[in-house]
Design a protein around this ligand. Sequence first.
Ligand code: HEC
Length: 128
Amino acid sequence: MRTLAILTLSAAASSAFAASEAAEKAYKADIAPIFEASCIGCHGKDGKKPKGGFNMTSLAKMEEGFGKEKKPAIVWGNAAKSPLYTSAELGISKPDDDHAMPPGDKEGRKPLTKEQLEKLKKFIDSNK
Ligand code: HEC
């Protein structure tokens, strides 16, 4: 009986971590390469100070937030409320917007493609 209780407990504990482990996996496979190409140059590459106080070198760093106040960049389950997504969306639809990423005035900027943006949306919407 005691063994069963312990087993049940550890199963519950590991399922609590399942979502973030899945997020970490999906991030590395699908999302990190996109950011590597379009964002990292200004957001923490080679240990340089990240622009806007937003470090994009890992999912954990991104979850720390941006700016002096460390505002959340990711609202899990809600891409539309996640600056990480909305800034990249503006980078495609409205490059002149102050919040567009990559910033619209940068030569050689590499905005996400529509497919990449869709991947990012799914990644945020489907993880909690
Ligand atoms: C050419 C440099 C550059 C690139 C490339 C770049 N950023 Fe930024 N990013 C900035 C700067 C500068 C700020 C600070 C903007 C401010 O404070 O107004 C910033 C701020 C941010 C913020 C904080 C929110 C905000 O509006 O201040 C987010 C989120 C962000 N970037 C995401 C991205 C993403 C996602 C990409 C890739 C698609 C990207 N950035 C690519 C320069 C860059």
